[in-house]
Each structure stands twice: as C-alpha cells, then as structure tokens.
Design a protein around this ligand. Structure first.
Ligand code: TYM
Length: 332
C-alpha cells in the first residue's frame, strides 16, 4: 500500500479551498492508502502567530479535520512540532537545497512581497521543512491543492540531490496528487486571486465554521459577471468568477464543470447562487456542528494528537537515523 503524507497550517480557520482542494481528498484516499495527516504548526510560525491563539488554532484545526472524516485510528493525525524527526531531516535538507532553488519559489515571493529583508528566514527555508515532512516517512504520494505543486517539485529536487551527493537510492520520488475541479478555489471577491485563510477580507472566503446565514450572504455578494452561465465549458474562458463558482459546485456534487453546466447552463447567477448556497449549507453544516461538538472536549483532541505523534515518531525515527548515518554523523 502506498504511503500518503499531507499537511495543513493552523494559521486560522480552515476555508473552503482547504476542504475542496485537499482535506476532502484526504478523507477519500483513506480507503486505499496508508495516510499521515499533519497540522503543521512549525510552518505556521514562519509568520507571526500569537502563542495562545496558535495552541487553540491547532486544537480547532484537528477538530475540524476529524469532523471532515479523518480517521485517527486507521490512519495518523498529529501536530508537526511533536515529532522532532521532521526538524532533524529539515536541517540536513537546509544543507542540500540551494539558495537559487528557494529564490525561485513563487509562494515565497508572494508572501515576502516587497519586504524581503524583513521576513523570517524560516519563511525562506519553508519548502525544505515541507520536503522533510514527506520524506521522513518515505511517503510517495502527496494530495494537495494546486498552489503546492512547485513545493513538491522542489522536494523531488532535494531528494534526488541527496541521493546523488551521498551515492545512495534512499529517498523515493514523490508524486503530487492534485485532484478534482476545485484544486484551486479562488477568492469570492476576485476570481483571479486564490481563496486564503489569510486574506484580510472575510467576504473573500467561506470558512468551514460559517453558519447558513453567513454562507448565504457571502455567496450572494460573490463577484460575478452579467452574463448567464454558458452551456459549454469553453464558455467559461475569460470568466474566472463563473469558473470558480461552477468548480465549487462540481466538487461538492462529485462531477466536473461540464456536468454542472449541463444542469445549470443558461441560468442567471441569481438562481445558480441559490442552488450553490443550499449545497454548501448541506455539506458544511454537519462539519461545523461536529467540530463544535468535538471542541467541547479538548482533552480528547489532544489525546488523539498525542497518540498520532507517537505512531508517526515510530515510523520516522529509523528513517531519519539512517539519513544521519549516510551524512556521516558520529553516533556516540
Ligand atoms: P495550507 O495550510 O496553505 O493549505 C492546506 C491545503 O489546502 C490547499 N489549499 C487550497 N486548495 C485549493 N484552493 C485553495 N484556494 C486552497 N488554499 C489552500 C493547499 O494546497 C494544501 O494542500 N505548505 C502547506 C502545508 C504543508 C504540506 C507539507 C503539504 C506543510 N508540509 C507536506 C503537503 C506535504 C500549506 O501551507 O498548506
């Protein structure tokens, strides 16, 4: 059975893009893979996080993942800082990856913006830690949204350079799994910008904790164009907002853009938005209700994470020890 690893940052409330681009697929893949899912708190502090909020966001995200259907008994759910093997391998990868490779990362450029001199060095080496997250388990498949593609290519470059430098065939090749019609969910305010937990506009995203009224309001206000929906997929060209909303609808109903347009082509956005709102409320309502129920008992969430970390550590430790031996560290 192939081993899967994926991660999500506890840097705020998870949003619809996280769910449709990643978590929903994580749940489905549990039937056919051995899965490790990680709340990446080490990655979160590459930008400032209030300490009390970070601990609570970690619990909340874990609760939300459980509510979405992650199975912590058949698979592994844990928080990254609890398994030190990630950091040990990340340090080795800091010494394998090249400055030039990291300089090309579009996510770093976007996040750093004009303030490059003033961002944390962790933000720059972020992809090295991400490569370590995956490779410390020799995981071979990584289900993510489209925005993580370049980071996974870099992880493969790091693995190959390690193997070449040390003359071994130790780290496997990683296969990104970028799945479905919502691999890149866009902002509700601007169809050319990614939906994100960190967007300052609340109206730009649906949070997994939003209630029916909030969902209805945000979808009603979502930017669209004056034309009705096209009947053919080609008709979505140059209409990023229409493509985004039909993509969300498609993912939620397990179809594709063509399937949605067969049903809704020719309709105005008023009707389509009503149908989309009903669908979102039906799918997300039970998740937010279950998240709230789980959060009433933080002790249980913490024990799920503790148990996951213990099992993850047992898988990672022999692999990081072998990497350290290959590098030539003296074991005393
Ligand atoms: P993060 O926390 O930004 O997002 C978690 C997952 O959600 C996906 N995603 C989206 N998918 C579609 N549309 C969107 N608008 C959208 N926004 C987010 C992301 O692609 C991701 O799959 N670097 C990672 C976390 C990470 C990781 C890893 C992932 C750390 N180590 C190892 C895979 C393997 C991140 O910041 O995800």
């Amino acid at each position: 059975m192939q081993r899967i690893f994926s991660g999500i940052q506890p840097s705020g409330i998870p949003q619809l893009g996280n769910y449709l681009g990643a978590v929903r697929n994580w749940v489905a893949l549990q039937d056919s893979h051995e899965c490790l899912y990680c709340v990446v708190d080490l990655h979160a502090i590459t930008v400032w996080q209030d300490p009390a909020a970070l601990a609570q966001q970690t619990r909340e995200l874990a609760a939300s993942l459980l509510a979405c259907g992650i199975d912590p008994k058949g698979h592994i759910l844990f928080n990254q800082s609890a398994v030190h093997a990630h950091l040990r391998l990340a340090w080795i990868f800091n010494c394998v990856a090249r400055m030039g490779w990291l300089n090309r990362m579009t996510q770093f450029k976007e996040k750093a913006g004009k303030d490059r001199e003033n961002v944390s060095t962790g933000l720059f080496t972020y992809p090295n830690l991400m490569a370590a997250d995956i490779l410390v388990y020799h995981a071979t498949r990584v289900p993510v949204g489209d925005d993580q593609r370049q980071h996974l290519e870099l992880a493969n470059d790091i693995a190959q350079k390690f193997n070449r430098d040390y003359g071994v065939d130790f780290f496997p090749n990683i296969e990104p799994m970028i799945m479905g019609p919502a691999a890149r969910v866009m902002s509700l305010r601007d169809g050319t910008k990614k939906m994100s937990k960190s967007d300052p506009s609340e109206q730009s995203r649906i949070n997994l904790t939003d209630g029916a009224d909030e969902i209805a309001l945000k979808i009603r206000r979502a930017k669209t164009d004056p034309e009705p929906l096209p009947s053919e997929v080609e008709g979505l060209d140059g209409r990023p907002e229409a493509r985004n909303l039909t993509g969300i609808y498609a993912a939620l109903t397990d179809t594709d853009h063509a399937g949605v347009l067969r049903e809704h082509g020719g309709k105005g956005f008023g009707d389509f938005k009503k149908a989309l709102t009903d669908l979102l409320v039906a799918k997300l309502g039970p998740i937010s209700e279950e998240t709230r129920r789980l959060l009433a008992d933080p002790g249980t969430i913490e024990s799920v994470l503790r148990d996951g970390a213990r099992r993850a550590e047992a898988l990672a430790t022999p692999i990081v020890e072998e990497a350290e031996r290959l590098v030539g560290f003296l074991k005393v």
